[in-house]
Design a protein around this ligand. Structure first.
Ligand code: FAD
Length: 474
């Protein structure tokens, strides 16, 4: 009997468990155990149903372009439950000097691909528009080392583009700052495009020309599930062996012993042939400290930020008074606590009845860890005050839900890929150990699913089920 332990029951750990569950074992008996410290599985994927509204406490969707989440949903029989974002209504605003300004059409991340909407947009000053025109002639740059996203964007388009677009867009995804995040880890395609074309604008147009056209028209930017992200967790859990799932089981340490791994959780220890650490990297560092202080050192240096989501429901009058579109982003220079707000009722169907508005606001991110210690009333006070100032919203909400996510968002700092290489090298000396989670090669749900699946393949290979692992990957 081969035994594999998975530590962490978020989407990464659950994806790993599912890959083990369905792996062909060539007659070799395989047993796995999943340890989760909290009373529930799913990690930051949490959906609540409140007053006919669907409230997402953590992620609300995933990028359609990254296939691993959609593929998993299909495998789980959830294909008919997938829903796309209402892209015909997709408009996003940026707060500029207290006013909401629409992001112009044709802007791909921060790269303009349509001239007229960009030239006419009040989002940028004349100086930045001139920089955009000059960017077309940007010479190719040898990919010689990493830099921050801010530094790359500033070289191409100037500081205003960093402040008004790159930074708010990244704080929406990572809760991080463009000046700290690694361009090679966070925007690898941009680094490649710059090396080949020089101009990001020219590169983006060339890439768009090569994209296959779908017979069914463009795919939605975001995909979710009719019943929310929890539906994915529930479907996964229903396919796992119930006796393998241990909740309220925080693991303290993992130690190499007799050619395998000893997992200590509470007063109990158990021996495994391979283990998958699927917790945030800094927690994994604590567990592995004795077995490999060097690996713990590297894992510990992957930073995380915290965030708070505040869902607020309103009545029909608010819904009709809100601007159209998906919501707004708030640049740091505006001096607010709020990072972004989503108009949930516009972004996806099945989220709120037609006579309700549902708003999802975010606060937190880099340099704002103290908000995590604020009480719900204080947080609500901040959010309502800022909603009043930004969109003139003074009505009392019908209900409010506040969710805190401490150290949940990994920050890929400059040099992250080099750190990952050092981690890979250290793992060679730690047979049977695999890592999964949002601390490594992608923070979004699809990347986490891929990381769990790949870690399962590695663990299977380590216990001598390599062929099975390969066919699982295929
Ligand atoms: C507010 C928010 C909004 C987001 N929005 C999106 C979005 O819209 N789209 C998108 O693609 N991504 C989004 N993300 C990112 C994405 O959801 C996460 O990166 C991903 O879900 C992380 O999954 P994970 O399994 O790696 O980690 P987690 O979900 O953090 O799971 C780790 C698990 O390990 C457990 N654990 C910790 N310590 C121990 C221990 N000692 N022993 C046992 N278990 C332990 C934890 O309890 C937890 O359940 C969002 C994240 C947040 C926080």
């Amino acid at each position: 009997m081969k035994r594999i332990a998975i530590i962490g029951g978020g989407i990464s750990g659950l994806a790993a468990a599912f890959a083990l569950e369905k792996s062909p074992r060539d007659g070799t008996p395989l047993e796995y155990a999943l340890y989760e410290s909290s009373p529930r599985l799913g990690g930051v994927l949490v959906t609540e149903h409140v007053d006919d509204c669907l409230v997402e406490a953590g992620p609300d969707s995933f990028l359609t372009e990254k296939p691993w989440a959609t593929d998993l949903c299909r495998e789980l029989g959830l294909e008919d439950q997938l829903i796309g974002s209402n892209d015909p209504d997709r408009k996003t605003y940026i707060l500029v000097k207290g006013e909401l300004v629409e992001i112009p059409d044709g802007l791909m991340f921060m790269v303009p691909t349509k001239i007229l909407p960009t030239v006419l947009s009040p989002l940028f000053s004349a100086r930045t528009k001139i920089r955009m025109a000059e960017e077309w002639f940007h010479p190719p740059r040898k990919a010689d080392g990493d830099e921050s996203v801010a530094s790359m964007v500033e070289r191409h388009y100037g500081a205003e583009m960093v402040d008004r677009l790159a930074d708010p867009l990244l704080s929406g995804v990572y809760g991080g700052e463009a000046s700290r995040l690694s361009v090679r880890a966070v925007l690898p395609r941009f680094a490649e495009m710059e090396a080949k074309y020089g101009s990001l604008g020219r590169a983006m147009l060339a890439a768009r020309g090569k994209m296959p056209r779908s017979a069914n028209g463009p795919r939605p930017l975001f995909t979710s599930l009719k019943d929310g992200m929890q539906q994915l967790v529930d479907a996964l859990v229903s396919r796992l062996t119930p006796s393998a799932l241990q909740t309220n089981a925080p693991v303290q340490s993992v130690q190499l012993q007799n050619g395998g791994w000893l997992v200590s959780a509470g007063y109990a220890s158990d021996q495994f042939d391979a283990i998958i650490l699927a917790t945030p990297a800094q927690i994994a560092a604590g567990m592995i400290q004795t077995a490999s202080p060097q690996l713990a050192f590297e894992l510990c240096r992957i930073d995380y930020t915290s965030s708070i989501t505040i869902n607020l429901a309103y009545d029909r009058s608010v819904r009709s008074a809100l601007p159209p579109g998906f919501g707004f982003l708030v640049p740091r220079s505006e001096g607010r606590r709020m990072l972004a707000a989503t108009f949930v009722h516009n972004k996806f169907p099945h989220r709120a009845p037609l006579d309700r508005a549902l708003l999802r606001c975010f606060i937190g991110g880099a340099n704002s860890e103290e908000v995590l210690g604020f009480g719900d009333d204080q947080i609500l006070g901040i959010v309502r005050d800022e909603l009043r100032q930004i969109i003139g919203l003074t009505a009392d909400p019908l209900f409010v839900r506040v969710h805190r996510w401490k150290s949940a968002m990994a920050q890929y700092g400059v040099g992250h890929l080099e750190r990952l290489q050092r981690i890979e090298n250290l793992l060679v000396g730690l047979p049977g150990l695999a890592l999964a989670g949002n601390g490594y090669r992608g923070i979004g749900v699809p990347d986490c699913i891929r990381s769990g699946r790949d870690a399962a393949a590695k663990a299977l290979a380590a216990v001598g089920l390599a062929e099975a692992a390969t066919s699982t990957r295929a």
